[in-house]
Design a protein around this ligand. Sequence first.
Ligand code: SF4
Length: 277
Amino acid sequence: MKGDFVRLDKDTLKRLSDNPNFISGVYNYCDRWCERCPFTSRCMNYAISQEELSDADSIDVDNPEFTEKIFDVFKVSSELLTEMAEEHDIDLNDIDTEEYEQEIQFSKDAAKNNTCSIEAKKYTSLVKEWFESSENLFLDKEEELNNQLDLNIAGTNPVEASDKIKDSIEVILWYQHQIYVKIMRALNSKFREVREDWDDIPKDSDGSAKVALIGIDNSLKSWEYLNDQLTDNKDSILDILIHLDRLKKQVKKEFPDARDFIRPGLDEPEKYSELRS
Ligand code: SF4
């Protein structure tokens, strides 16, 4: 059943953005895994998604009402942006859109041709191919764990192993495409920052690269666990581990300050320790 849609309006958005309980920009450098995030109660993005898209059935790109709602979000955000620009005496029509579009295209092309993005894209394909060819591995493992359970073999914990395998798969699939997306954003931002001569301020490129690195770290741990658990096909997992580790080194080289970037809320444990307990 499709849910009843609540239309987003400027007042709702303003009400949400004025809420002092929210951590400003916490959603800018997260991994979008809200189900696992301790910051849902402090995140405006999450509040909007709950208010607007809370019905799982409604989140469907083939559902015209869903796409209308997404357009609503853009429309209302654009209206608010125009209002803010007027308040600060900025004429948005003054912006040379042709020049701006050329710069965007230049950054996009340069980002696509960068080694980090090429290798990250390749990683998404490696993951896809590995899962497509590994169904039997999981069936064998399932049988092995069921035997351990039936025979109550000392020193084994098949339930825990099964949960951890499932979790590893979820982690790998969650970051499979996100690593590429975040690297592309980091590269695009870096080219803009260099052009506009940004200095001494936290850079979006570093924040985005940090999210990519966290995705790589979590994926590496998950692949290592699968490598321990799945006896066959180890070579192909090792190939992926080597590829991912090399990508991590490339990203660190391209964005040497990424790890030092402080993500609002997420990297401020002293301020929000109660959310992590
Ligand atoms: S900060 Fe947490 S709740 Fe907000 S969008 Fe990111 S993952 Fe979701």
